[in-house]
Design a protein around this ligand. Structure first.
Ligand SMILES: *Cc1c(COP(=O)(O)O)cnc(C)c1O
Length: 430
């Protein structure tokens, strides 16, 4: 912190929150974190340890009586600055960063759950999160998978020992949209944690805060950083859950400010003890990406909508999965919860006589790669790659066809993307 008074900081925060999304993002580091010497970016602090002139300072930070850093596995200036910006982005009360999105997700589950607890999770999960559920099951956690496109399916598997409901907003690759407002209401009624994975629809596309969610987790590797050059994850507490009623908070983590109980336990058990810390250089790369999130997302979504429409009308495409299309089964939910676009993941089934591999090789501009949320448009044969481990039966349950191609739409010029798909489709039959 610089020499700015508390009153001034409050005034600045107030101004920050009234302005538009991109205005806030490009000034967030400067106004929230006050880097030294008027720098517009918080510096990348590589020091692992922190020296104290008076050992009492070290003791006070250890005992939580004073804010500060003691060892950079638990916290460092660069990472805390990013946490502050990401919490502000989601209108939260604080956040914890991790080395990857999976680290954020696994650390959240492992720090908040105990053997014998029951959780409800979406049956349409990111593949690695789905695999993680097998590990949680081995550790004695009971799991019910639910079709989260309807709150009734969530209600049907609720039990007295249900501790949390976990879902993604828009699932990949089939783009099912969770009924997040109704699920949020149900979780509030039952006083159950509601955890959203908002990787697919980061602000300003979707506000987790408006659903009353407790925690929002995001893979920063995807849209938030956007450039395919850094891994990271975050958990933000949205301040909606009363942690005093959560049975699994260890006595030692019941700090004076009860709103901080959840984050304290995630920081201690999830970050400090399990140790998947975000590197300071990565925090800086993510903060840089964050500045253009809204601009990139608008272009990603625009391109996705244009391409979805083009493919939907193409005789050599059998089906397009995209929430922006009027025939998508959850189009009405997507229209209700998403602002400024329908996301940039779309999947398709080609006409039966077209070989998926030959088609992907015929694309000249689009890259065959397993990643999403990048500036570049990426394509992937789903059943033989990211969902290969799950086998045909589980794939069928998730609605994944054997020939499905997932596209992550980038920020290229729209006409160039459409031209690439058009020329590739032209190479097959008539
Ligand atoms: C990629 C992804 C993750 C995992 O993030 P990593 O940063 O790759 O670990 C989690 N959830 C969703 C929805 C994702 O797309």
């Amino acid at each position: 912190m610089g020499s700015v008074s508390f009153e001034l900081l409050v005034v600045e925060l107030h101004v920050v929150s009234k302005q538009g999304f991109t205005t806030r993002q490009v000034h967030a580091d400067r106004l929230l974190n006050h880097p030294e010497h008027g720098a517009i970016h918080t510096g990348t602090t590589n020091s692992v340890l922190f020296a104290f002139e008076d050992v009492q300072g070290l003791i006070d930070v250890f005992q939580g009586k004073q804010a500060g850093h003691v060892y950079s596995r638990s916290s460092s200036g660069s990472v805390v600055a990013l946490q502050t910006m990401l919490s502000e982005l989601e209108s939260g009360i604080g956040g914890v960063c991790f080395a990857t999105g999976m680290a954020a997700i696994s650390s959240t589950f492992l720090s908040l759950l105990k053997a014998g607890d029951h959780i409800i999770v979406s049956q349409y999960l990111f593949g690695n999160t789905r695999c993680l559920m097998d590990t949680l099951c081995d550790l004695g956690i009971q799991i019910s998978f639910a079709d989260v496109t309807s709150v009734e399916e969530v209600k049907a598997v609720y039990q007295p020992n249900t501790r949390m409901v976990f879902t993604e907003t828009v699932a990949n690759p089939v783009t099912q949209v969770a009924d997040v407002r109704a699920i949020g209401q149900f979780c509030a009624e039952k006083n159950v944690l509601f955890i959203l994975d908002n990787t697919m629809t980061p602000p300003p596309l979707f506000s987790a805060q408006e659903t009353g969610a407790s925690l929002v987790v995001t893979s920063l590797t995807k849209y938030v950083s956007g450039h395919g050059n850094v891994l990271g994850g975050v958990v933000v507490d949205l301040g909606n859950y009363d942690w005093q009623s959560y049975p699994n908070i260890s006595d030692g983590y019941k700090v004076a400010d009860t709103t901080q109980w959840g984050l304290t336990q995630i920081k201690k058990k999830g970050l400090r003890d399990m140790g998947a810390t975000l590197a300071p250089g990565s925090a800086h790369a993510i903060a840089t990406g964050l500045e253009t999130l809204a601009l990139r997302m608008a272009r990603n979504c625009h391109n996705a909508m244009e391409l979805a429409t083009f493919l939907h009308n193409h005789p050599k495409v059998a089906h397009v999965y995209y929430p922006g299309l009027a025939d998508h089964p959850q189009h009405f939910i997507a229209r209700d919860i998403l602002d400024n676009g329908y996301g940039a993941i779309l999947s398709l089934d080609l006409a039966e006589d077209i070989d998926v591999r030959e088609f992907l090789n015929a694309l000249a501009l689009v890259i065959s790669a397993t990643h999403l949320g990048d500036n570049r448009t990426l394509a992937l044969p789903v059943a033989s790659t990211i969902f290969f481990e799950n086998g045909p039966q589980e794939r069928a349950k998730m609605g994944i066809s054997e020939g499905m191609i997932r596209l992550s739409i980038g920020i290229e010029d729209t006409q160039d993307l459409i031209a690439d798909f058009a020329q590739a489709l032209d190479q097959f039959g008539n």
